[in-house]
Write a protein that binds this ligand. Structure first.
Ligand SMILES: *[C@@H]1O[C@H](CO)[C@@H](O)[C@H](O)[C@H]1NC(C)=O
Ligand SMILES: *[C@@H]1O[C@H](CO)[C@@H](O)[C@H](O)[C@H]1NC(C)=O
Ligand SMILES: *[C@@H]1O[C@H](CO)[C@@H](O)[C@H](O)[C@H]1NC(C)=O
Ligand SMILES: *[C@@H]1O[C@H](CO)[C@@H](O)[C@H](O)[C@H]1NC(C)=O
Ligand SMILES: *[C@@H]1O[C@H](CO)[C@@H](O)[C@H](O)[C@H]1NC(C)=O
Ligand SMILES: *[C@@H]1O[C@H](CO)[C@@H](O)[C@H](O)[C@H]1NC(C)=O
Length: 422
């Protein structure tokens, strides 16, 4: 029984791996070519902005010039600006991943942040260390056999390093909890990385009709960027699929769908982008209820291509259109943001989540929504789709192609064997 399940697992891993390989480019290199409910409907338990600091004086920070790359955003509430999000931030398609087709971004998390991304999403999976046999928490794309970007704590360390040297920047994480990590598991990774020093805790807000239920705080209760920066509470953490009661989790680990609603994701046709709420189910299809719930709006705007076995990979062929700021072309990021703004009574999306964020460039749409015309302190990177080049690498391509063919043949043999076992 155990051998059977092991073999089935092995087969699944292999299939996922083969798909990854099959999608991998033929050549070994790529070059860049290119408001809410009235306040009295919720009971807000005021938590100090900074639990570890006794005084809170936002004005005590005269050195601040720009917040999230612009002076004009410093006095705006966290909930009243649009943050650019890198979907599946740690899953990179470059040399380090053999140009994985499962990669959602061309540039790593540090470069994303330096170029203006302020929300990072990732998937959290459990993985047993083959040497120590200890369960570790890794960032993997669908499966750790497909694309493993290392441990959560390593990724958090990378983000902390960037936040250490960029003290006026407010960052948001959306962690998709794929294998039921507990709040303690996640908290341990935050402590190990040291990033715990930056976590923001919103005021704990309870439903008036059911005091055991935590709800999103009133929009007006979100601090300004200036306040978060002055207190050095600059990291907001949302986790999708928290197993435990939010009351028992550390107060900075926020159950995503208590605080956030999203439009549909896994869209595979540009004509199918929709602004309507999709998650959580309590507000699905009901924009007014979503707004009235005080939840922040995370707008997904990326296209997938359906592959065999139900696997979806990012649609690179369409991304130049998908991420374009041009509001006159259907299904662009610019047009979709305006469409959703209309759906939500003129309110800008709080977060725009995209693949290959550098293309478009997606930040242009965000700047337009925020009214930012002269951003400060951003690293400039190519806005182009990274295309494969065929040439001197062709010989290597043939070699890799041959290797892939043998692996696929092995996969068929394994599949037949596994079916015999089922
Ligand atoms: C931000 O608000 C504070 C007081 O609330 C004010 O003193 C300061 O001038 C404002 N800064 C900007 C850039 O508007
Ligand atoms: C959001 O910010 C804009 C620009 O400063 C301001 O005009 C608007 O009143 C703010 N909205 C809310 C709900 O605070
Ligand atoms: C991110 O990518 C840049 C450019 O490839 C590289 O120099 C840097 O070391 C990378 N950073 C991390 C933390 O991987
Ligand atoms: C297993 O754990 C050890 C000790 O923490 C670590 O050095 C090693 O990189 C891990 N192996 C893998 C494959 O993650
Ligand atoms: C997830 O973990 C919690 C404990 O943190 C446990 O009570 C629950 O049964 C687990 N759920 C699944 C589906 O494993
Ligand atoms: C578009 O959405 C509709 C309704 O959800 C669905 O039936 C259709 O299959 C989708 N089309 C594509 C190409 O995904």
């Amino acid at each position: 029984m155990q051998i059977r399940s092991f073999l089935k697992h092995l087969l699944l891993c292999f299939i996922l791996y083969s798909i990854g390989l099959a999608q991998t480019v033929l050549v070994g290199t790529r070059v860049v070519s290119g408001e809410s409910l009235p306040e009295n409907t919720a009971l807000v338990e005021k938590r100090p902005l900074s639990p570890s600091s006794s005084s809170s004086s936002p004005s005590a920070s005269p050195a601040i010039r720009a917040c999230n790359n612009s002076p004009s955003l410093c006095n705006r509430s966290y909930a009243n600006i649009t943050h650019l999000g890198a979907h599946d931030s740690p899953f990179i398609s470059d040399e380090t991943t053999g140009f994985s087709s499962s990669g959602n971004q061309y540039y790593n998390t540090t470069l994303q942040l330096s170029a203006g991304v302020r929300l990072l999403s990732a998937q959290l999976h459990s993985k047993t260390n083959s040497t120590t046999k200890v369960k570790e928490w890794h960032l993997c794309h669908s499966s750790c056999a497909l694309l493993d970007a290392g441990t959560l704590s390593n990724w958090l360390s990378e983000i902390k390093t960037w936040m250490d040297s960029n003290p006026n920047e407010v960052v948001t994480l959306v962690i998709v909890n794929s294998n039921n990590a507990s709040a303690d598991d996640i908290n341990t990774e935050y402590r190990t990385s040291g990033i715990i020093q930056y976590v923001y805790e919103p005021p704990l807000t309870r439903s008036t009709t059911d005091a055991s239920k935590v709800v999103a705080p009133p929009m007006s209760s979100w601090p300004t960027l200036n306040e978060m920066i002055a207190e050095d509470r600059r990291l907001v953490t949302f986790v999708a699929n928290m197993p435990s009661n939010p009351d028992t989790a550390p107060p900075y680990i926020l159950d995503e769908f208590t605080y956030v609603f999203e439009n549909p994701f896994e869209v595979t046709a540009a004509s199918n982008f929709s602004c309507l709420p999709d998650r959580p189910s309590s507000v699905a299809g009901k924009p007014q209820e979503a707004v009235d719930s005080n939840r922040l709006f995370l707008q997904n705007h990326f296209l997938d291509v359906k592959q065999a076995f139900g696997i979806e990979t990012p649609d690179e062929a369409e991304v130049a259109t998908t991420n374009s700021p041009d509001t006159t072309v259907p299904a662009t990021l610019g047009a979709a943001a305006q469409a959703c703004k209309r759906t939500y009574g003129g309110r800008n999306p709080n977060f725009l989540l995209v693949d290959f964020f550098n293309v478009g460039p997606a930040i242009d749409t965000v700047d337009q929504l925020n009214g930012v015309t002269a951003p400060l302190g951003r690293e400039s990177i190519s806005a182009l789709v990274q295309k494969e080049v065929v040439g001197s690498e062709a010989a290597r391509a043939v070699g890799r192609s041959g290797g892939r063919g043998s692996l696929l043949a092995l996969g068929v043999v394994l599949a037949v064997a596994a079916m015999g076992l089922v």
